[in-house]
Design a binder for this molecule. Structure first.
Ligand code: PMP
Length: 422
């Protein structure tokens, strides 16, 4: 009852229904992108008149921007419990961070991952040996499967790709146990924390993780800033991610060739004018969350309990689950005999509720989990909670689903370019 979570923008926003009436928006799509924290909005407002190019300018505004940008690295390092010597490379988002790491691996690195990953974590890996383990039905089996896969991996550098929380089911992965197996086999671990970071405190030192990647827009900051945090050596030995200004120490003419000496990490992988405002927003979001974990978790767990309890009473509804384990505030489901796209469209047009439908950029996971509950659908529905969520939003969703399933939508819908429209 005494839970006080940080405020977000967009609380009380109204949206039009198909009838033209306005209703308070129930954003139940935090897992896609979270609304902006008020503290972040204020910090961005404060910085906007001052932003300028970092590193290169001598003017006061450039000094302010440089300070803000460099301080953000320390905030991010602290946010994930990184080692002092870990580097913090600012990127656009999690996808960008994982692609940067994939491009920076020593050539002979063996990569092991589970096949239920988000496409951002599933697709970037190339190299002589990439093993995608079919995700087993329990965390214990996942630990054994990783052990087996690593035992078969060639000697040399190894990387295990793990996800903190599934973006389909919200389920938490047994990170500590999996990282322990990786360490025994001399493998490094990268943690995709895109979905975990907004919900739980991360501690990569305690968890024995080597790299962590995350996105600002899932962490209550706007789009365009993310980070790769972790061990510097492979990143330092790698070709710069982008070639350009900011990543070079010196460029000279060598006859008709260019002699380029590249900067050390993190600048090595941050060519081009950096997103100072986005990085500041991300850092302020991290700081705000770090001060409020207790209430953030209490708020979410109460709403998650309410949501799952409500969903159990919707006829024909089946929740998707990998492990049937603990989860953050993300629930995907299918409703027997009902098209997910049509339900999502009706929730928006008739109830002002925003959910996601589809396969959530995790096609293998979604299809497998749908099959597991006996569905032949290709698409599911996902409701995801966050700091903008309220009990009224949850109740509205549960009641709307019950009505849609028992009585059908109030309006007629037609398919237009793959989307249902009233
Ligand atoms: N990993 C997971 C688990 C995700 O949920 C997402 C976003 N849906 C990503 C990676 C990719 O994040 P971004 O789109 O910000 O690059």
């Amino acid at each position: 009852a005494d839970v006080q979570v940080p405020a977000v923008t967009g609380a009380g926003l109204t949206v039009p229904l198909a009838t033209g009436a306005q209703i308070q928006y129930a954003n139940l799509d935090h897992a896609a992108s979270a609304p902006c924290l008020r503290a972040v909005q204020d910090a961005v407002d404060e910085l906007l008149p001052w932003y300028a190019s970092v590193h290169r300018g001598a003017g006061f505004a450039s000094q302010v921007s440089t300070k803000v940008y460099e301080r953000a690295r320390d905030v991010l390092r602290e946010f994930v419990g990184a080692r002092t010597r870990d580097t913090v490379v600012f990127t656009r988002n999690t996808t960008d961070s994982l692609n940067l790491l994939a491009r920076s691996l020593p050539k002979t690195t063996a990569v092991v991952l589970f096949d239920t990953e988000h496409h951002a974590a599933l697709l970037p890996w190339r190299g002589p040996w990439v093993r995608r383990i079919q995700t087993p039905p329990s965390p214990g089996d996942a630990v054994l499967a990783l052990d087996t896969a690593l035992a078969a991996a060639p000697t040399g550098p190894r990387l295990v790709v793990l996800t903190g929380a599934s973006n389909v089911t919200g389920e938490l992965w047994p990170i500590v146990e999996l990282a322990e197996v990786a360490r025994r086999h001399g493998a490094r671990v990268v943690l995709d924390a895109a979905q975990l970071a907004p919900h739980r405190q991360i501690d990569i030192q305690a968890w024995n993780v080597d790299y962590v990647v995350l996105s600002g827009h899932k962490l209550y900051a706007p789009f365009g800033a993310g980070a790769l945090i972790g061990r510097a050596d492979w990143l330092q030995a790698a070709e710069p991610y982008l070639a350009g200004g900011g990543a070079t120490k010196q460029v000279v003419n060598w006859g008709d060739r260019l002699g380029v000496s590249w900067s050390a990490v993190p600048e090595r992988h941050e060519a081009g004018s950096p997103n100072v405002v986005g990085v500041h927003a991300l850092a302020v979001a991290c700081r705000t969350l770090a001060e409020n974990w207790h209430d953030i978790e209490a708020h979410e767990l109460a709403l998650l309990h309410r949501l799952r309890k409500g969903l159990r009473d919707v006829p024909g509804l089946a929740e998707l689950s990998i492990f049937d384990g603990p989860r953050v505030g993300v629930v995907s489901f299918t409703i027997d005999g009902h098209d997910a796209g049509l339900i999502a469209a009706a929730l928006s047009a008739e109830y002002g509720i925003g959910v996601r439908d589809g396969a959530f950029c995790a096609h293998i996971a979604t299809r497998r989990l749908l099959t597991k509950v006996g569905s032949t659908e290709q698409r599911a529905l996902r409701a995801s909670l966050g700091l903008g969520s309220t009990a009224e939003h949850v109740d509205r969703l549960v009641n709307a689903l019950r009505t849609l399933v028992t009585e059908g939508p109030a309006l007629a819908y037609r398919l237009e370019e793959g989307r249902w429209v009233p």
